[in-house]
Design a protein. Structure first.
Length: 341
C-alpha cells in the first residue's frame, strides 16, 4: 500500500513538473526537494519531466519564493538530488551549472546553497568531462580560496571541497589545463593554511597535500635560491633578533616551500601518531624531489607564545629531524634483519 501511495505521489509530481505553467513546475520542484532520495529510474523520470533548461534558468533568477527560499537555492537543491545518479550527471547541461556553483561557494558564510553546489560538483568531477570542465572554469582557485585556517576538520563543506580537489588534481589533463599562476597561488594558500593551523585541519591537509603538492608545485629556482651558507648546524638553533646575521637573507619569506617546511617540522617534533609522522616523512620526500636538499636546510619559524612578539627561527631544523627519524627507522629495520625472532 505504501509503495502504491509513493507511486501515485511520484506520478503527481511528474504531472506538475511537466505542466506548461511555471507556477506548477515550481510546486513540483518544491516537492522533489522534500522527497527521500529516490531510486535512479525515478530520478531520471523526474529530471526528464522538468527539463534541465528550466532548472538552468532558475539558477540565474534571483527571485525569492518566500520562507527563505530563492529560485536559485531551489534549483541547486533539486540539481544536487539529480546528480546523485551519475548517468544523469554525465549529461552536458549539468556541466553548464559549474560557474554558478563556483560563484555560490565563494560567497561569505556557510549555507545550504554552498553544500548543494559542492555536492553537484562532487558528482560532476566523477564524470569523464567533469574534471576538465572544472579546471577550465577556475574551480581550483575558487575551492582553495574558500578554505580558511580556522576551518573545522570535521566540517561537511570542507570535506566536500577536499574531495573535489583530490579528484581534480589527480586528473592529468585537468591539471595541464590550469594556469600556472593559479596553481602557484593555490599551493601558496594551502601551504599557508597547513602551517598556520595547529589543530585537526593540519593533519587532515597533510594527507591531501600528498596529492596537491606534486600536481601544483614546479621546480623553480626563484622560490628557493642558492643558500648563502649551506653548512648545517648539528643541532637546531634558535635565531633571535640578536642573531639575525645567521639567518639566510636570500630565502623568500612566506613562500609555499617555507610554509610546508615549517608545518612539517611542527608535526615531526610534536606528539603526533605514527601514521601522521609517516605521512609527514613521505610529504617531506616529495618536497625534496621538487626543490632538492636545500629546501630542508632552510630556517623554520618557531612557534612562540602569544605574548612574544619576536619571530625566532630554527636553522637546519627539519633536516636534522629527518635525519634523526630516518636513522631510527633504519636501525629498527637492521635490527629485525640481524636479530630475527
Amino acid at each position: 500500500a505504501m509503495e502504491a501511495d509513493a507511486g501515485r505521489s511520484i506520478d503527481g509530481i511528474v504531472e506538475l513538473l511537466s505542466a506548461p505553467v511555471t507556477e506548477k513546475k515550481l510546486v513540483g520542484l518544491l516537492l522533489v526537494a522534500k522527497l527521500a532520495p529516490p531510486d535512479p529510474l525515478t530520478l531520471r523520470r523526474l529530471c526528464n519531466a522538468v527539463g534541465l533548461p528550466f532548472l538552468n534558468r532558475l539558477l540565474r533568477t534571483p527571485k525569492d519564493l518566500g520562507e527563505g527560499t530563492s529560485m536559485r537555492s531551489l534549483a541547486l537543491s533539486v540539481l544536487s538530488t539529480f546528480v546523485a545518479d551519475l548517468e544523469l550527471a554525465r549529461q552536458a547541461p549539468f556541466l553548464s551549472t559549474i560557474p554558478i556553483c563556483l560563484q555560490v561557494i565563494g560567497e561569505v558564510g556557510t549555507s545550504q546553497e554552498q553544500q548543494d553546489g559542492l555536492r553537484i560538483m562532487a558528482s560532476l568531477v566523477e564524470t569523464k568531462s567533469g574534471p576538465l570542465t572544472l579546471a577550465r572554469c577556475g574551480a581550483l582557485a575558487a575551492l582553495v580560496g574558500a578554505i580558511e585556517p580556522t576551518a573545522d576538520a570535521g566540517d561537511t563543506v570542507l570535506e566536500l571541497k577536499l574531495h573535489i580537489l583530490d579528484k581534480l588534481l589527480s586528473h592529468p589533463e585537468a591539471v595541464a589545463n590550469i594556469d600556472e599562476d593559479e596553481k602557484s597561488h593555490a599551493l601558496a594558500h594551502l601551504a599557508s593554511v597547513f602551517c598556520a593551523n595547529h589543530g585537526g585541519l593540519k593533519f587532515l591537509l597533510l594527507e591531501h597535500l600528498l596529492v596537491y603538492v606534486p600536481a601544483l608545485a614546479t621546480k623553480i629556482t626563484d622560490e628557493l635560491p642558492p643558500l648563502v651558507n649551506s653548512k648545517i648546524d648539528p643541532q637546531p638553533l634558535l635565531v633571535s633578533d640578536k642573531g639575525k646575521e645567521r639567518s639566510d637573507a636570500s630565502a623568500p619569506a612566506g613562500s609555499a616551500a617555507d610554509h610546508l617546511r615549517t608545518g612539517l617540522y611542527h608535526i615531526l617534533t610534536s606528539r603526533s601518531g605514527k601514521n601522521h609522522r609517516d605521512c609527514a616523512i613521505i610529504l617531506a620526500s616529495v618536497c625534496l624531489q621538487i626543490w632538492d636538499q636545500s629546501w630542508a636546510t632552510r630556517p623554520i619559524a618557531a612557534i612562540t607564545r602569544k605574548r612574544d612578539t619576536r619571530q625566532p627561527e630554527i636553522r637546519g631544523g627539519l633536516v636534522v629531524v629527518l635525519m634523526a627519524l630516518t636513522s631510527v627507522e633504519v636501525q629498527l629495520l637492521l635490527r629485525s634483519y640481524l636479530y630475527p625472532e
